[in-house]
Design a protein around this ligand. Structure first.
Ligand code: DC
Length: 223
């Protein structure tokens, strides 16, 4: 039986960096499920469809061929045969991904894909509904969070380091809007599973946060 570690939490809590590090340490596959929603959002944007227009989104969904491949242990996401791993990281795609992720048909389309990977591999999978919906039987469940202000400050630093001109207030507003959208959608909202361990990374650097998660993992790892 494969070992599954589920890490959920809001954007900017450090999920992907920490999950990747944990997977590397354990020799597990790291699965970034947000990339699946992002690739689907890109597909919709490429067709000039409003991500909130679920009728139009649903009409084109059967054509969206989203696939994960692993190259040297690194996850790549493919859309209709094209590697879109980089182009899905823009703010425009982030926003659209948040919108389409409230669409039940989108979640249904990506459900089997996520479960299949976890059933046949040892994985560290990060997302919003991994412990609650996708892998309710995961052996280890972690809810990783930090205050909105701290997550916005991290994002602001990332963006300004890349040379982007943004204000902290705008980034904070974006973070809060995305939290609200992810937490209040009718289907698979972002929430801590009853049996998940809460890890708050506020005031912690990446190394400290990773160590906290690794400690939870080693305490709960099945023998
Ligand atoms: O983690 P991320 O920022 O790459 O995720 C992009 C969007 O996809 C985010 O707004 C929430 C959504 N998402 C989701 O609904 N369920 C997941 N398991 C992963 C991401």
């Amino acid at each position: 039986m494969s070992i599954n570690i589920a890490i959920d939490g809001p954007a900017g809590a450090g999920k992907s960096t920490i999950a990747r590090e944990v997977a590397k340490k354990l020799g597990f596959i790291y699965v970034d499920t947000g990339a699946l929603y992002r690739a689907t959002a890109l597909f919709v944007l490429q067709r000039n469809i409003d991500p909130y227009d679920s009728d139009r989104v649903n009409a084109v969904l059967p054509m969206a061929d989203v696939e994960l491949r692993y190259v040297g242990g690194e996850q790549m996401v493919y859309l209709c045969g094209e590697n879109v791993s980089r182009v899905i990281r823009t703010p425009e795609v982030s926003k659209a991904a948040s919108s389409i992720s409230a669409n039940p048909k989108v979640r249904e389309m990506l459900f089997d894909l996520q479960q299949d990977i976890a059933y046949s591999n040892n994985v560290v999978m990060d997302g919003r509904d991994i412990a609650t919906v996708i892998l309710p039987d995961a052996q280890i469940k972690i809810f990783l969070t930090a205050t909105a202000e701290e997550r916005a400050a991290r994002r602001y630093n990332e963006l300004t380091e890349k040379g982007m001109k943004v204000s902290y207030e705008d980034v904070l507003e974006d973070v809060k809007a995305r939290d609200y959208q992810d937490e209040h959608r009718a289907i698979a909202p972002l929430k801590q599973a009853a049996d998940a361990v809460l890890v708050d990374t506020t005031g912690k650097n990446l190394q400290e946060a990773t160590d906290l998660v690794l400690a939870v993992v080693s305490e709960n790892m099945p023998l």
